[in-house]
Design a binder for this molecule. Structure first.
Ligand code: AMP
Length: 144
């Protein structure tokens, strides 16, 4: 299974981004309203300046308390963002997420972000694929 198939199965719906000048309080609101775990930081919605996840907010809250909610995203986000290609395999993306300990990865076409997938998207897609394989094997064995 390839990343582009996962994007297709997710259906339409653009990536939720925030501007670097937004505050952590703004991001917490977006994460809560949209029921997501991370936002890509971007000036134009396509070029990736950074990523900020719920873990970053929790870490800052733990360290400094609620005053951190007034901080700008630009000061807290992860700048060195790992992306993947639509032609990468789901297994490679899962390995990267596991090895590097993050759960979100932007899908890039050159410098442009075309989608964001989470570890939940990859696992759901792989499970669906395994179910299909199981059904096919069961069919062969049982002679359906
Ligand atoms: P997550 O597990 O995605 O909530 O993120 C855990 C940590 O990794 C946070 O500090 C994020 O800012 C960072 N992070 C999330 N996704 C990526 C990514 N694709 N590349 C680099 N860092 C990331």
């Amino acid at each position: 299974m390839l990343v582009k198939q996962i994007i297709q199965s997710k259906g339409k719906g653009g990536v939720i981004t925030v501007q670097p000048g937004a505050t952590l309080a703004d991001v917490a609101r977006v994460l809560s309203e949209k029921r997501i775990g991370a936002v890509v930081v971007s000036d134009d919605g396509r070029r990736v300046a950074g990523i900020l996840s719920e873990r970053d907010i929790v870490r800052e809250l733990g360290r400094r308390g609620e005053i951190c909610l007034q901080d700008k995203v630009d000061d807290v986000m992860t700048r060195n963002v790992f992306g993947c290609s639509p032609d990468d395999s789901a297994d490679l993306v899962l390995q990267t997420m596991t090895a590097k300990r993050f759960r979100h990865i932007p899908v890039m076409e050159g410098e442009q972000m075309i989608a964001l997938i989470s570890i939940g998207d990859v696992v759901a897609a792989r499970l669906a694929e395994l179910q299909l394989e199981k059904d096919a094997l069961t069919g062969m064995i049982m002679g359906y």
